[in-house]
Design a protein. Sequence first.
Length: 421
Amino acid sequence: MTKQVNQKHSTLTKKIINGSFISATLAAGIFFTNTSDIQANAAETNTSSSATQSSNTHTICTITPNGYYIGNAFYSYGTNGINLPSNVKQFDFYRTYTRTIRYVDAGSNTEVAKTVQQSVSLVRWGTYDYTTNQMLNWGTYSASKDGNPVGDSIQFNKQDSPDLTSEGLELTGASTVDALPITPSTISSDNSSDPVVTVYYKHKTRAVNTSDNAVTQKVTTRQINLVNSTGQVIGQTTQKVTFNRSALYYDEYSKQVVYSDWEANVGTGSDWASYAVPTSVTYENNTYSDPDLTTIEKEVVNAATSDSTITVTYQKSAASSDSSNSDKGSDSSNNASNQSNNTDSNSVATSSNSSSNDSKQSSETARTDSTSTDNKASKRNKNTVLPSTAASTESTNYSLIMLALATSAVLTVTFFTRSSK
């Protein structure tokens, strides 16, 4: 009463006739069917093994990618008017089952080597009711050969992990991903059951040396510039906060020094203190007041804070402007006085020279030795250097007058002495 049809088939076929059913079950890879009931049914309906049955008969077939089974007979699609159901696609029979192996940085979880994917092709058959156009069930997946389930034991092979020590990475675990047997009953129709393996690597490290140029201190600065209306700096204040950190080790993968967190120096605190802007500033004998800011607020900073510059602008005070103008007037008076003194000095010098010339003419009849004496005195007068600065003008005028008087006296005495002889 039984007949072996296909030892690799793993599905269920049912024939429902007049409210009763005849089943054919494949157990352990062997397909059984009740052929006497099928023949009885065929006689009752006066049909052969056609796929077309009466209105109270369901035509149920085992469908495969290449054709269908009715009972123990296999037919290609199109035979007896039966085709692949329109609501079943070829890809519904097949499944690519994949194991994904990722190689990642244990710290950042970023990929450090190309992902490996191991795949096997699986196939399954189904049981379809052509009368109601319904899929009754799908069989389990099995290894595929030419679209047929072969049921062989299959597995994902072991996979060696790449050696990345030259790149500054080392494995945290085993160097090989083990082989993995595939259990068809646990495989879903989508990829939600596909296994994923993650292999982790850690960074190789070494001690920090001087060639690594580790930076362990940073100073954050706020500069306050006090300027006048033209932008000239008339005062300046600098506020600094110093931060320190430790160089822990050198990371051979990132090629960088790894540090501890920045910490503010106890001596400098961790903020730029509030600053009370002076109400006035004296610079180069000028006084400036009315600043456009009165206070610069305290600011808490950290090592990431950028340096800052704040400018406070002052206006020149009125008193400072009057003092400047008075100084300019005094300078003008002094210049005028100096010019007057120079003019008087020139006049005296001219008068003295004129008297000297008259004396020389009156003594032309004097002796030769007296004339020589006169000439030497005249040379001494010519070699005398007159001061040119305004500060010595009065002293110069006095000296010229005394020199002129002395010369006149000498000439007079000489003249009378010679006349008496």
